[in-house]
Design a protein around this ligand. Structure first.
Ligand SMILES: Nc1ncnc2c1ncn2[C@@H]1O[C@H](COP(=O)(O)OP(=O)(O)OP(=O)(O)O)[C@@H](O)[C@H]1O
Ligand SMILES: [Mg+2]
Length: 391
């Protein structure tokens, strides 16, 4: 393994010295520069020094009592020094900090206080990923599907949305976070492993181990299956954050079926998501639940990412889409038509709608996938080049 060069950014002198000893102690990496202050702007000379060190890794220490400066530093290094891999070191008991660090571009979140073993494992993961030429391009996007009320159609939506994204773009994983995983039944798969196996092995989870935990569908879609028995000891939100950090580094789109799971994990994952699809029916109880959930999920700042999806939609005299929006207090993103026979027989046979010729409902999921990805740069580019070919 080639020696990795590392820059340490740590405001605390003692922590800086400890990190230097630990990094050098791994024998696979060497500290080439240390910074006692965090860069605060793109023009900051500290940032220039980090950039000219041209290191493989920039390690940013996030103090537990005041993480703001370090999080800003992560963002700046991510933007201005894109060639270096960013590692954050912080407390695992602060899920919000983990989420912010990941959003700022950190590819590893390492527990504080740190050990040589933690660092060594992170360095090995980095070189393994580089050797396997990890998915090129930016980090993947997460779309989370949540039920307003049990049985509203979250699993149907998540499975078919994931298949539509897979057909259009490839590199999609469906993660089943429901209390009992139904997604494998919808796709007639028999998973050997579940999300819980991935979480139990987080400390050594790299791309090859992840591959062994997923179940492949014949469409190319990969599934990280849900539990087949209710889980007694729930993993922590920090463990889920670490898992999602890994997933967005390997997949272009991560679709989550949260179904009726309503806990801190769902809230964390919604926070990490590009869009949260709250699936409801156009009835009073369902829309009331949607409005309550929107408030719950929005408490940690993800309110504008929550969208309403009306499932089993059909025109009802005297009840407009605007009425549904105002009852739920959420903007309507999509309507999925009501086709009871097609949907329930698709589930019973384990052949999802996207793989059948039921045009209206299949088109609806293709449209939803297109809507969610319309602003993605490469999708726009593809549309533009198609347009040029036609004209
Ligand atoms: N668009 C639709 N048209 C007609 N029926 C539908 C539609 N979507 C879902 N259904 C019906 O609703 C039932 C529940 O669907 P699904 O399993 O996707 O819901 P869920 O919200 O994930 O349920 P759970 O709360 O158990 O997780 C299905 O058995 C299916 O028959
Ligand atoms: Mg479900």
């Amino acid at each position: 393994m080639p020696e990795l060069s590392v820059v340490i950014v740590a405001q605390d002198g003692e922590q800086r010295a400890v990190l230097q000893v630990l990094v050098d102690g791994t024998s696979v990496a060497k500290v080439v520069h240390t910074c006692a202050t965090c860069p605060v702007a793109a023009t900051d000379p500290v940032l220039r020094r980090i950039s000219s060190a041209n290191s493989d890794v920039v390690l940013v220490d996030i103090p537990t009592d005041n993480p703001t400066l370090a999080l800003r530093a992560l963002e700046l290094v991510h933007q201005e020094v894109p060639k270096s891999a960013l590692f954050a070191i912080g407390s695992m008991s602060q899920p919000q900090v983990i989420v912010s660090a990941m959003r700022s571009g950190a590819r590893e979140f390492i527990e504080r206080p740190t050990t040589t073993t933690d660092l060594l494992e992170a360095f090995v993961r980095l070189t393994t990923a580089q050797r396997k030429t990890e998915r090129a391009g930016p980090r993947g996007k997460v779309f989370t599907v949540v039920n307003a009320k049990g049985g509203s159609g979250a699993t149907t939506t998540a499975v078919n949305l994931a298949l539509a994204l897979q057909a259009a773009h490839g590199q999609v994983i469906l993660v089943d976070l429901a209390p009992l995983g139904h997604a494998s039944l919808h796709m007639n798969l028999k998973p050997l492993f579940t999300v819980m196996d991935a979480i139990r092995n987080l400390h050594r989870l790299d791309s090859s181990l992840l591959e062994s935990f997923v179940t492949r569908h014949n469409s190319g879609l990969q599934l990280l299956a849900g539990p087949n028995m209710p889980v007694v000891a729930e993993p922590t939100t920090a463990e889920f954050a670490r898992l999602f950090d890994l997933l967005v580094n390997h997949f272009r789109y991560v679709v989550v079926d949260a179904s009726t799971r309503m806990d801190a994990t769902t809230r964390l994952v919604c926070n990490l998501s590009e869009a949260v699809l709250l699936v409801a029916h156009a009835d009073v109880a369902s829309l009331w639940s949607a409005s309550r959930l929107q408030q719950y999920l929005g408490e940690t700042g993800s309110r504008e990412r929550v969208h309403l999806v009306l499932n089993r939609f059909r025109k009802i005299a005297g009840f407009s889409e605007a009425d549904a929006e105002s009852a739920a207090g959420i903007k309507l993103l999509w309507k999925i038509p009501n086709h009871y026979f097609a949907v329930s027989s698709a589930i019973d046979r384990g052949i999802p709608l996207m793989q059948q010729n039921h045009t209206e409902i299949g088109r609806s999921f293709t449209g939803l996938a297109a809507r969610l990805t319309e602003n993605d740069v490469d999708v726009k580019r593809k549309a533009w080049s198609l347009f040029k070919t036609v004209s």
